[in-house]
Design a binder for this molecule. Structure first.
Ligand SMILES: C[S@@+](CC[C@H](N)C(=O)[O-])C[C@H]1O[C@@H](n2cnc3c(N)ncnc32)[C@H](O)[C@@H]1O
Length: 372
């Protein structure tokens, strides 16, 4: 059976966590850096990859990789490919994004239009047609040109995977769902332990933990680009989604989300309800400094305010100092705290066991981990 090369995208810094997710699904990682994890798999594996991965942002099929030092090389490189395997005779072909670095070819819009033209010409040849009508199915391509190597990829996902579909309402500074999931996985939280988010906002961290805790695949309630494709095997996909529902392990979870703002608690509850997760999480209006729970060990995984986005850095620093209360109240807990503040440890009064940098678009975040 034909194998496909895949690239899973993630925020820079999450490659290892994503690789571990893939390894648990029995994939062998071929390369992981710069927000990309490469591996190979079977033809329809992208159905399950999109359904199951918690920390990936998108799943690409790598169509080809070839050298191009001129526009002619680029055109010929595309003309040499077997494209009717990937595209039908009437698909909507969109060369969505071109990224170039350290290459002779750098003009992204020219590269974009040459690739589009070459693909259409090649498909006309392969299908023996005079006109290529772009009627149906979304085929979005992303192209990377690095060190004169062109990598042509096809996006199976569509809207980024962080859009699970449960977050209809957000807080002022919501955390990306994929990053929240990465924090939960990286911290090593397991369903038997308590997890507290003292600054839960719209509830992203406890909601991601609930999905992980009951083994709910994060993609089951949304749609993907591949569902528009002419080769979409609906029966197979429905079967996979049924399997996803069957492997859910309902049971009690000890998840707590607190926020001082009652509006946030209402939003968090509404979001959790969308995937029927509200019975697994207790959301409560509470100031961080009045949290009391009868657990001697567990996990505090949280995203406290950070100045630059809430426009008040000094206020955020004061909160980090006040978070020493948590250390006193929950001295034997593991902590995982995400913020854009580079010097969180100084205010919290303790050096982290690990500090991990995450780059998400233009935003730089740090996860500070404290192991008990
Ligand atoms: C960066 S936001 C959290 C966003 C959240 N992770 C999400 O995805 O929506 C920080 C939250 O901390 C809350 N907050 C600020 N000071 C607090 C305090 N002293 N006690 C409890 N919550 C507080 C704010 O109301 C805000 O919702």
């Amino acid at each position: 059976m034909r194998k496909l090369n895949y690239i899973a995208l993630c925020s820079i810094g999450l490659e290892k966590i994503l690789s571990n997710e893939l390894k648990r699904l029995n994939y062998k990682i071929e390369n992981a850096n710069n927000g990309m994890v490469e591996f190979s798999g079977k033809v329809y594996d992208y159905y399950k990859l999109n359904l199951k991965l918690r920390t990936a942002e998108r799943i690409f099929i790598k169509i080809a990789e070839f050298n191009a030092e001129s526009f002619d090389d680029l055109y010929d490189g595309i003309m040499n490919l077997d494209l009717s395997y990937y595209f039908p005779k009437n698909g909507k072909i969109i060369v969505d994004k071109v990224r170039t670095s350290k290459s002779i070819l750098y003009n992204q819009s020219v590269i974009q239009s040459i690739i589009k033209k070459a693909i259409i010409e090649k498909l006309k040849k392969e299908y023996k047609i005079n006109i290529y009508n772009e009627e149906t199915g979304i085929y979005k391509l992303r192209v990377y040109v690095k060190n004169n190597i062109v990598t042509l990829t096809l996006d199976t996902t569509g809207e980024g995977l962080h859009r699970r579909g449960y977050r209809k309402l957000v807080s002022e500074a919501p955390l990306r769902e994929t990053i929240a999931a990465a924090m939960v996985l990286k911290a090593g939280w397991k369903r038997k332990y308590v997890l507290i988010d003292p600054f839960c906002g719209s509830g992203t961290i406890p909601i991601e933990a609930a999905m992980y805790g009951i083994n709910m695949d994060p993609g089951i309630y949304r749609r993907f680009s591949f569902e528009t494709w002419s080769n979409f095997d609906e029966k197979k996909f429905v079967e996979y989604k049924k399997e996803s529902l069957e492997i859910i392990k309902y049971g009690e979870l000890k998840l707590f989300g607190f926020d001082k703002n009652f509006k946030m608690i209402e939003i968090a509850r509404k979001n959790a309800e969308i995937f029927k997760l509200n019975k697994f999480i207790r959301f409560e209006k509470r100031n961080m400094e009045s949290i009391k729970l009868d657990y001697s060990e567990g996990y505090i995984i949280t995203n406290p305010p950070y100045g630059e986005r809430l426009k008040d850095k000094a206020h955020a620093e004061k909160i980090y100092e006040q978070m020493r209360y948590l250390r006193k109240t929950f001295p034997y807990f593991n902590y995982s705290i995400i913020t854009s503040h580079e010097n969180f440890e100084a205010f919290f009064g303790k050096k982290a066991n690990k500090k991990k940098k995450i780059i998400n678009g233009k935003q730089i975040l740090y996860i500070y981990e404290y192991k008990s």
